[in-house]
Design a binder for this molecule. Structure first.
Ligand code: SF4
Length: 205
């Protein structure tokens, strides 16, 4: 697309969603928050877009109308980095291993279309392990249960178009440290963490 005087180059942070399916296979999807669409676009889609300019290891640049380049202050613009989703039929043992290996306290549970159906948390795992221990002894949970058996529902989630201020208010009031973010179809785009707000404040100065 030929450059236009009213255009501006924007750099968009990439988000990586890693999903572990029931067979423990991983699929990865890399996306950005498109300022034109106001929602998620895959990096593959962007590379074919006439506005695409360049790409680095964790960001993508494109040329958009200057008025569109101004951040709208929505949750989708805050997301970055990698998040992990678990298939509901994944056994609990490998599910817990994902939390432990990546040092995360919670992971969204998704269906075959990556639509949010619940959340696995360290608290929920502890609770389920205690209940199972009373029936069969400690250590039996991981061999008898799937992630969907121990997930928490319903789950607080944010639309990617929700204002950042509103998301911060809800997380503060409810004491939430991580909340899944979904697109217009309910598909998980990433997980908003408390430190995303800290980075936002630091970069806003
Ligand atoms: S490259 Fe195109 S589709 Fe991707 S974010 Fe930029 S304007 Fe949107």
């Amino acid at each position: 697309m030929p450059p236009h005087d009213e255009d501006a180059v924007v750099t968009l942070r990439e988000r990586e969603r890693v999903t572990i399916d029931a067979e423990r296979e991983k699929t990865t999807r890399t996306t950005v928050h498109c300022p034109i669409e106001g929602g998620t676009q895959t990096a593959d889609h962007c590379r074919a877009c006439p506005r695409f300019e360049s790409e680095s290891s964790s960001a993508l640049s494109c040329r958009v109308p200057a008025a569109t380049a101004v951040p709208r202050g929505v949750v989708g613009e805050l997301l970055s980095g990698r998040s992990f989703c678990l298939d509901g039929e994944l056994p609990v043992g490998p599910g817990a291993e994902v939390l432990e290996r990546h040092d995360i306290a919670a992971a969204p549970v998704v269906d075959d279309h990556h639509v949010l159906v619940g959340m696995v948390t360290t608290q929920a795992l502890m609770h389920a392990e205690l209940e199972e221990a009373q029936l069969r002894g400690f250590g039996s949970l991981s061999s008898t249960s799937e992630v969907e058996d121990v997930m928490v529902t319903p789950v607080t989630s944010f639309a990617e178009t929700m204002p950042i201020v509103e998301a911060a208010r809800i997380m503060t009031e409810r004491g939430l440290s991580s909340v899944p973010v979904v697109d217009a179809h309910g598909e998980v785009v990433g997980v908003l963490e408390a430190h995303d707000f800290v980075r936002f404040v630091a970069r806003s100065r």
